[in-house]
Write a protein that binds this ligand. Sequence first.
Ligand code: PLP
Length: 478
Amino acid sequence: MDPNEFKDFSKEMTDFIVQYLENIRERRVLPIVQPGYMKPLVPDEAPQYPEAWQNIMNDIERVIMPGVTHWHSPKFHAYFPTGQSYPAIVADMLSGAIACIGFTWIASPACTELEVIMLDWLGKMIELPKEFLACGDGNGGGVIQGTASEATLVALLGAKVKKIKQIKELHSEWTDNEIVGKLVAYGSLQAHSSVERAGLLGGIQFRLLETDGKHRLRGETFATAIRVDKEQGLIPFYVVVTLGTTSSCTFDRLDEIGPICNSEKIWLHVDAAYAGSAFICPEFRYLMNGIERADSFNFNPHKWMLVNFDCSPLWLKEPTYIINAFNVDPLYLKHDLQGCVPDYRHWQIPLGRRFRALKLWFVLRLYGIENLQKYIRIHVALAHEFEEMVLSDPRFEIVEEVILGLVCFRLKGTNELNEALLKRINGAGNIHLVPSKIQSNFFLRLAICSRFTESKDIEYSWKEIKLRAEELLDGQSL
Ligand code: PLP
């Protein structure tokens, strides 16, 4: 492809993207294809000779779009949002063009330097304590991980190294394996599955603790679990507190758990994957009360802050433990400034890393804090609009307090009734929801996901839900 063709191709792609996104509401949110649908649409082998780029443009609607779930449609209410915006798309273009691999500072200084600065900007936007920031007085700093799952694992591995070191100072005769066999980590039963998985990947025991009536992990439960484990000779070393659980967006009691962690020398990791973006608004910062006690904090601007996947900043008060946990130092990666500048290869699991800070830079500058706050507030207000609609219909109930952009609701009645309702809704394919279950209670989740969502879309979704409920209830009474 020569440069002029690139210009034509990218211009046409830009037109396509704008047309796709600005009209996304008109598309059926869920595809109706069957597994293997694509095989007959594409050749069995790669072309021997180059094709015209126009052929690829033509194939987007023919091959790709029939199998796309439109995550940015206002009719998409499943999971949690995933971020997307024009500034972030353009930044990804530039990142693709520079295509550096910023594993060390020297490998592409701008890649590391912009990331350090962006994580300070972002940290200040949510009022993270200064100890987490590179511009603070201590050793703190942030790094962009690919996902919250990686952040939880990286923090766990750092905590593991830290605890092994502490224990060895007391029991120099104990081997690493002996110590690791005694380590135990904690989270709540409502923590994301990636939290339990971090325990499996990290090779340590993980306890998922009971929550209170509002599905929050409480200090007392945590303290009891630690006491019982210590009595058995185990070594508590790591806990994940979730701010904004995946099932129902509840908030563990960070303010109660933090002091216990500090007095018991347990690494406190805060997973605010979804909810963290809301902390750019002062009125939601009460939800992170107690953050000063944490050792590490993570959230995903790629969920709710208009940044395209992947962008999951992790801040650490003491990154040294993570750096030491992963430090292998071959000659070909060494450089003269080592030790004076961050080398992010030590802060993450892979070696290679893209120039992801560009997405943050573009989004923060082109929206400004003011518009990002507006965006969060609109989503929260839309969630409350939907909550009001549910409350106005006596056949339905709300099952969790609506705090941010997620509404958990169900038809009054059995789980089977609600399972059937969800099947009808997704079967019709006009809107898309996913369920969850807490204890034995099955419910539907409606997340406000799209940056295009307006009140009229919420009204549409509610009408669709009511229609499917009526079909179901009428069928039952026949
Ligand atoms: N933690 C919470 C609370 C989540 O809601 C999610 C995903 O929704 C995750 C972690 C995992 O996020 P990621 O896909 O970035 O690993």
